[in-house]
Ligand binder design. Structure first.
Ligand code: SF4
Length: 367
């Protein structure tokens, strides 16, 4: 039929300069990192470190903490020292906290010049302090904090306005010889965000941080982010991502890891393949898939587990699964690599899958 026979490969990445956020390289063909932001009061050091530990366990590579007050700035040295992953200080309005974050040992600082009063006067000092400490800056431009002059010039927060703002802010630092920068231009609307990042990718070689702002609750926000990131990442655009959801940071990280794994840009740990159900269903497939997902949460091996709603098509539909179950008559046929190995009552399905998974991986090392 003339159809391509070569396996589909991960997209070729756009060439960007590389920066280092602590020990995590960003850009320059480094693996795409997943970020999130803590929701604790940053000054509450124990709670913040606890949340950082949770997001790290979920696969987060870099974490950002908000620094709205002097108490938060005072907590940064301890948080930066004890966090298992690099910490970015997120600063709005207060240039003095930028210096505090650099002194505290933060791996990077997010600045939003549009929000920092008298920022222009302090750019040289910030560039000098960050440059001497080897601390990169993230220039973050959001539709909501766009300069009034650019809003008027472009008639709104258009892709061109976002890009002009970001590049102008970069130029302020470039004038002082500082280019240790990554850029984020964010918008709540995926087509606008996609267009802005494409434009930015044409105009500069800074690494890009992808994000949809105010993406919404978990379901809507994950879909919007997956669509926008999927388009850009499949074009090779994007060096680090953050899925912003009105949901716990751990869920944001899981969504980010799933997006990357879906594109072959991050290795999978465990994948659950479950059927949607149809008129042949003889089990509550949604509840069963959720129970299997919960039982395998954190399982450190890249198995594919199939959860199928009937025995007619189950093993056949999930032939590529390592392990699976197909249900019927209150029982579950457990299969391994497409072959049925045992049949158990419905109440024993989850524990049997877990036991078989442990047998299967007993000789493997965790990923
Ligand atoms: Fe329907 Fe069975 Fe396929 Fe599930 S596995 S979608 S129940 S035919």
């Amino acid at each position: 039929l003339g159809l391509p026979t070569a396996p589909v490969r991960a997209p070729e990445r756009r060439r960007t300069r590389q920066i280092h956020v602590g020990d995590v390289p960003v850009g320059g063909n480094a693996p795409i990192s997943v970020q999130t932001m803590t929701t604790t009061n940053t000054a509450d050091i124990d709670a913040t470190l606890q949340q950082i530990a949770e997001v790290t366990a979920a696969g987060c590579d870099i974490v950002r903490v908000a620094v709205p007050s002097a108490d938060d700035a005072a907590a940064l040295p301890t948080i930066a020292a004890k966090s298992p992953i690099p910490v970015i200080a997120d600063i709005h309005f207060q240039p003095r906290y930028v210096f505090a974050a650099i002194d505290a040992g933060c791996a990077a600082v997010r600045v939003n010049p549009g929000n920092i009063k008298k920022f222009d006067d302090r750019v040289g000092e910030i560039a000098k302090a960050a440059g001497e400490a080897g601390v990169p800056l993230r220039i973050g431009v959001n539709a909501g904090s766009l300069d009034a002059r650019l809003l008027a010039k472009h008639g709104g927060a258009t892709p061109a306005a976002l890009v002009e703002s970001a590049l102008w802010e970069c130029s302020l630092f470039e004038e002082h010889g500082f280019t240790d920068i990554k850029i984020a231009v964010k918008h709540h609307d995926p087509p606008t965000m996609i267009a802005a990042n494409r434009l930015l990718a044409e105009r500069c070689d800074y690494p890009l941080h992808l994000g949809i702002t105010e993406a919404g609750p978990a379901f809507q926000g994950s879909v919007k982010s997956a669509v926008a990131f999927g388009v850009l990442l499949s074009e090779g655009i994007g060096d680090t991502i953050r899925v912003s959801l009105s949901a716990p940071p751990v869920d944001q990280v899981k969504a980010g890891c799933h997006i990357l794994a879906s594109l072959g840009l991050r290795s999978r740990k465990l994948e659950i393949v479950s059927c949607p159900g149809c008129g042949r269903l003889q089990v509550d497939i949604h509840a069963l898939a959720a129970r299997v997902e919960a039982a395998f949460d954190g399982f450190p091996h890249p198995l594919r587990i199939a959860v199928m709603g009937c025995v007619v098509n189950g093993p056949g539909e999930a032939r590529e699964a390592d392990l699976g179950v197909s249900c019927g008559n209150g029982k579950g046929q457990i299969f391994r690599h497409g072959e049925v190995i045992t049949t158990v009552p419905e109440s024993k399905i989850v524990e049997t899958l877990l036991q078989e998974a442990l047998h299967l991986v007993s000789d493997l090392q965790p990923v």
